[in-house]
Ligand binder design. Structure first.
Ligand code: IPE
Ligand code: IPE
Ligand code: MG
Length: 242
């Protein structure tokens, strides 16, 4: 495969843990545990493919509306993985970053997040971005608020605002826009994920529940991406090159 056809940034909506557990007559938390194993497979596959940025949607702003037991299970699973698995990511030269409203998590989880970020800050092979308590609309509202405040202080002229300046205020500003967004479980929606950043992102919906996701699914997605034509609104060149 030509190197240019490998997406630089892949983002994944990891969906289907609940249905996976239900199909086995197990409690939902077992689905989330199995989902955490799928994360490891996905990271491994991304590393071997040469992906530079991998964003994983692990917990949405709206997921706080689930019952307190499930929220507690999810946060303790996150804490466990951050505490025990970050060393392995560090050895693999992976940098960990986080997007979302982390202030909603307890001190213990926030401390693990800070530790993971600090430990891996200088790693350069791949950036793994975990979206936790993340909602794209909330991020955009925060950006709009900061802009309005700056305008009221007379620091910026609203009439001269550019897309770049708005994008710079989002939590994702340090990362390129995703080239490919994947959602598992057969659902075909974005559920408040990277709405600004996905303006020209290729979308892929796969009919596999997240805990069953493995390297072969990842490879198939990358192969499919390689055959797509991205136009960004332009007329494709008749000779094939954009
Ligand atoms: C995705 O699995 C994980 C999170 C949203 C945290 P779900 O828990 O949404 O699984 P389904 O959609 O109920 O099957
Ligand atoms: C999206 O899945 C969020 C994550 C995968 C973390 P949901 O299961 O929460 O989305 P909806 O409610 O089906 O749209
Ligand atoms: Mg779901």
């Amino acid at each position: 495969m030509a190197p240019a056809a490998v997406p630089r940034h892949v983002a994944v909506i990891m969906d289907g843990n609940g249905r996976w557990a239900k199909a086995r007559g197990k409690p939902v938390v077992m689905g989330h545990r199995a989902g955490a194993e799928a994360v490891r497979r996905c990271v491994k596959a991304a590393l071997s493919t040469g992906i530079r940025f991998l964003t994983l949607y692990a917990f949405s702003s709206e997921n706080w509306k689930r019952n307190t037991g499930e929220v507690a299970d999810l946060t303790s699973l996150l804490r466990f993985y951050l505490r025990h698995k970050v060393a392995e990511l560090h050895e693999q030269n992976v940098r960990l970053e986080f997007i979302g409203d982390l202030t909603r998590f307890d001190d213990g989880l926030r401390a693990e997040i800070d530790r993971a970020r600090t430990l891996t800050a200088r790693n350069g092979r791949m950036t793994l971005i975990l979206a936790l308590s993340y909602g794209a609309r909330q991020d955009m509202v925060m950006a709009a608020r900061r802009l309005a405040e700056a305008a009221m202080r007379g620091e910026i002229d609203p009439a001269r605002m550019t897309e770049e300046e708005f994008g710079d205020l989002l939590q994702t500003s340090a990362f390129p826009d995703p080239d490919l967004i994947v959602r598992t479980s057969g659902e075909q929606r974005l559920s408040n994920f990277l709405l600004w950043e996905s303006a020209y992102t290729e979308l892929a919906f796969v009919d596999v529940l997240w805990p069953d996701f493995d390297e072969s699914h990842f490879a198939a997605l990358i192969a499919d991406y390689a055959g797509r034509e991205r136009r960004f609104g332009k007329r494709p060149d008749p000779d094939g090159a954009l």
